[in-house]
Design a protein around this ligand. Structure first.
Ligand SMILES: C[S@@+](CC[C@H](N)C(=O)[O-])C[C@H]1O[C@@H](n2cnc3c(N)ncnc32)[C@H](O)[C@@H]1O
Length: 284
């Protein structure tokens, strides 16, 4: 396990992932009944942007660094407000020193009646997560393989919730495990909202993945992609995508505003752009 998220925390890919997660949680909060957030590949929860590792890549400067403390257009400001709430929960209103990973984005937004299960396999990262989250009775922290976690945690007893699946895609066979994990997860919890994050280097691998997930017979499958470069150079992260199964009503309309804004604001080349596509079903 070589992947360490601290090198990438707060980059453009984290921005679109965490903005979407925060919006889904806000939609779930429209009903008083409790929900559960399940984070199968959680990372360490909180990232020091002044650390040597974060400074080495400086990726956050081209991500959250281009949004925090900057003017945002009306209409976008409101949609990014929950995401900013979670960032504020680890920094206050001042200087951006710390970036919340998905566990803290979720915990910063959930209510007393909601619960969060986070899972991280790397022993050191798991220990860091425990230090940050222990003592919160709404949170359960696991240290098992994310694909096993996915199977064993579904369905949640609340029968409402969102599952974030955010693997590092560093080992061979991850796509097969992803497709079979999703298939099994959907059999156990067909009505959940699933957010599956993926990196975009070249397009062929991504198209194969999208086709294989679409073939699972999902009724509603939305695909949101943000490109900061033209895809092609396989050595570089050119974009990132989210497959969203059972997106809440309004999410496509809201992402339809946010994605073009982020493509412009977070562009790293003239080829930056975004796509929002229904791979199955539609918002109606
Ligand atoms: C992309 S990072 C997670 C970032 C986090 N979800 C966020 O948005 O802040 C992927 C994480 O998965 C962990 N990981 C790698 N293989 C795993 C596995 N088989 N099961 C669970 N976690 C794993 C890595 O240690 C890493 O922390």
């Amino acid at each position: 396990m070589n992947y360490r998220h601290v090198y990438h925390a707060g980059n453009f890919a984290d921005v679109i992932k965490h903005v979407t997660l925060s919006l889904v949680i806000e939609y779930l909060k429209r009903k008083a009944s409790p929900f559960r957030v399940i984070d199968t590949h959680a990372g360490i929860g909180q990232y020091d942007l002044n650390s040597e590792a974060a400074g080495k890549t400086g990726e956050w400067r081209e991500g959250i660094g281009r949004l925090w403390g900057q003017d945002l257009p009306d209409g976008i400001k409101e949609l990014l407000a929950p995401y900013f709430t979670s960032i504020r929960s680890v920094n206050g209103d001042g200087e951006l020193r710390c970036y919340p990973g998905s566990p803290l984005v979720a915990r910063g937004l959930m209510r007393a009646q909601d619960s969060l299960v986070v899972n991280e396999l790397h022993p050191e990262d798991y220990a860091a997560l425990v230090r940050i989250l222990r003592g919160d009775m709404r949170v359960k922290i696991l240290n098992i393989d994310g694909w096993i976690a996915l199977r064993s945690l579904l369905p949640p007893k609340e029968r409402r919730g969102v599952i974030l699946i955010d693997p590092p895609f560093e080992v061979a066979g991850e796509l097969d495990r992803l497709v079979s994990g999703l298939k099994d997860g959907l059999r156990r919890f067909a009505t959940g909202t699933y957010l599956l994050w993926y990196p975009i280097k070249g397009l062929p691998a991504v198209e194969t993945m999208k086709q294989r997930v679409a073939q699972l017979g999902i009724d509603k499958l939305l695909c949101a992609e943000l490109f900061v470069h033209r895809p092609g150079d396989e050595q570089r992260l050119n974009g990132s995508g989210l497959l969203i199964i059972n997106p809440p009503y309004f999410l496509d309309a809201h992402l339809g505003k946010i994605l073009p804004f982020l493509a412009e604001r977070l562009a790293q080349s003239r080829e930056a752009r975004s796509h929002l596509t229904w791979l199955a079903g539609s918002s109606n």
